[in-house]
Design a protein around this ligand. Structure first.
Ligand code: C2E
Ligand code: CA
Ligand code: CA
Length: 559
């Protein structure tokens, strides 16, 4: 469209307002975590019978230059309030809005009162409409704006910073004003180059550290959506989701449930969850200490910190977010992907479900990050959980997984191999015993013992060991100690996972020496296994045992 003459705009503005040629269009703002409409931006369109649709770029400047912009903005404010009422009257859940205010509106000393009186007339809560302002507002009216900023905030309005980063004073402005949200225009960074991505990530990171919500507008492609989701941008707006629409079109879209509108209960809840900084090197602690207002944090383009958001609702768990690092940890634990993990967590036949519920309850009660260690197959990991939002129906948790020991990892295995032989030197004999299978498997033996012990049936091995290796006076006590029918009960009464006693063992033909025998319960879930170990004692220990022995006291617990 060619440029429309300024005079045409000025001459017809009153008529356009009076006749309703100027209309409010609404562009949905989407909550990244849920895909629901959380707000709508109000944009002016002039439907002219000569020029067709006239876009703001044709008339905003003209109205600003001629001191008439405030009339337009108050007119738009009324339209929004009307729209809010229309939604309620149709029985639809109320929608939130944002409206644009020009920097020149703030020259009007009565701005605050004018806006309040509109809201009063239509009986609309102040929290339903967010005010979008650009930094230019602050450059010219610092004093006045400071005062108004405070008044609007106190009256319950949210103030959003529009076009963050497009001017030269954005950062300066953030230093002095506590905006509720910053809105970043994708247009400046739409090339999706690595540099652009880093800039956007850094802005999102900074906003969260400062305790501000985040929105990116001008979102046009799926690639952009995926990227913005991953870095934890809370809200998205742009042609990818929808163009600005007429009131009727918006109504229809909502009525036909093409897109759900966020209900007020969810709003507070999901908005709290959105404040988790997925880019932080320590998001759970940053969140729990609520010190994002002051604290510096490492800035990374993409976080290496494994982080997920898990929601509990109606008895089951659902992942609403996970970053690449988290998905990687899941794969180390043997899950195919996030969906696979979700299925298994929800499988009530598995221990995951109960475990997750109980950790969630403990985290909710404590109000801080709760960390627990687990072993899954041969992998040791810790799961840290923190409740970040909660209402009667739902609980949102931030999760971190740290897989810290995995036998399957090559370098780890090498390291273990290097040392486990040295561990064996502490023992004379190591045998894994499985009473259910009546089997014994030898792990390690010094030359002193018959190598066959580990390959006999368990019961036979115990019997032969008593015959050949144990000093005759200790034999009965040894057989009681090795009684597999009572071992489980005896271990249960101890506070540790093992039983031990000292016996005299044959070290060469006709020569016996006190040794420590230990039965340790193995941490495996299936068949109960025990490790039988024989250890030598030091001269000092042997002397102590001899003293006890001759004074008729017990033989157990040495070292
Ligand atoms: P803005 O506040 O930055 O509004 C966003 C603009 O981006 C809108 O242009 C919108 O239609 C457009 N847009 C939305 N999604 C996309 C997308 O995916 N890609 C691209 N390339 N553009 C997208 P619009 O409606 O032409 O408004 C232009 C500007 O005029 C607005 O920029 C705002 O500063 C101003 N404006 C609009 N309505 C009002 C009003 O009622 N009062 C005041 N003071 N200013 C207004
Ligand atoms: Ca805007
Ligand atoms: Ca903007």
């Amino acid at each position: 469209m060619g440029k429309i003459d300024e005079n045409y705009i000025l001459d017809h503005f009153d008529e356009a307002v009076r006749e309703g040629y100027i209309q409010a269009y609404y562009q949905p703002i989407i909550r990244t975590l849920t895909g629901e409409i959380c707000s709508m931006e109000t944009l002016a369109r002039w439907e002219d019978h000569i020029h067709g649709t006239i876009y703001p770029e044709q008339f905003i400047d003209v109205l600003e230059k001629n001191g008439r912009i405030c009339e337009l903005d108050m007119y738009m404010m009324e339209k929004v309030c009307l729209n809010y009422r229309n939604f309620l009257e149709k029985g639809l859940s109320p929608v939130m809005y944002s409206v644009n205010l020009s920097r020149l509106d703030f020259n009007d000393k009565n701005l605050f009162d004018r806006i309040l009186s509109i809201f009063k007339t239509y009986d609309v809560p102040h929290s339903a409409v967010h005010l979008e302002v650009t930094e230019s507002v602050l450059l010219q009216n610092t004093e006045i704006f400071f005062e108004l900023f405070r008044k609007f905030h106190e009256a319950g309005f949210e103030i959003w910073m529009d076009d963050f980063g497009s001017g030269y004073a954005s950062l300066n402005v953030l230093k002095d004003y506590n905006f509720d949200l910053i809105k970043i225009d994708m247009e400046f960074l739409s090339d999706m180059s690595e540099r652009s991505k880093k800039i956007i990530s850094s802005i999102i990171n900074m906003a969260k550290i400062l305790g501000m919500h985040t929105l990116v507008e001008g979102v046009e492609s799926e690639e952009q959506v995926e990227f913005l989701k991953d870095i934890g941008c809370e809200m998205l707006q742009g042609y990818y989701f929808s163009k600005p629409m007429k009131e009727q079109e918006v109504m229809q879209m909502v009525e036909e449930s093409e897109r759900m509108v966020e209900d007020p209960v969810t709003r507070a809840y999901i908005s709290a969850a959105g404040m988790i900084n997925t880019l932080s090197s320590d998001p759970l602690n940053e969140y729990s200490r609520c010190i994002w207002k002051e604290r510096g944090s490492e800035i990374t383009a993409r976080s290496k910190y494994p982080l997920a958001l898990l929601e509990f609702c109606d008895g089951s768990f659902r992942f609403v977010y996970s970053n690449e690092a988290y998905d990687h940890e899941l794969s180390l634990l043997g899950f195919w992907d996030r969906q696979d993990a979700e299925r298994k967590i929800n499988d009530r036949k598995r221990a995951f479900y109960e475990g997750t519920v109980s950790q969630m309850e403990s985290a909710a009660k404590k109000g801080i990050a709760v960390k627990k260690n687990f072993v899954l197959e041969d992998v040791c990991y810790s799961l840290t959980m923190m409740v970040v939002a909660k209402n009667e129906k739902k609980t949102m948790m931030a999760l971190n997984i740290d897989v810290f020991c995995r036998n399957g990892t090559e370098d780890r295995r090498e390291e273990i191999n290097k040392y486990h032989h040295t561990l064996f030197y502490y023992f004379e004999l190591l045998i894994i015993m499985n009473p259910m299978k009546d089997s014994a498997t030898q792990l390690y033996s010094k030359m002193t013992f018959d190598g066959r012990y580990g390959f006999m049936r368990l019961r036979e091995g115990i019997r032969q060991f008593a015959e050949k290796e144990i000093f005759s006076e200790d034999k009965n006590r040894y057989l009681e100690f090795m009684d597999m029918r009572t071992i489980e009960d005896r271990i249960l009464t101890e506070s540790c996972h093992f039983l031990q006693q000292c016996f005299r063992l044959r070290i060469s033909e006709g020569e016996y020496q006190w040794c420590l025998l230990r039965l340790t319960k193995m941490p495996t879930q299936e068949n109960q296994c025990y490790m039988f170990s024989v250890q030598r004692l030091t001269g000092e220990e042997i002397r102590m045992i001899e003293t006890y022995y001759h004074s008729g006291e017990l033989y157990g617990c040495v070292g």
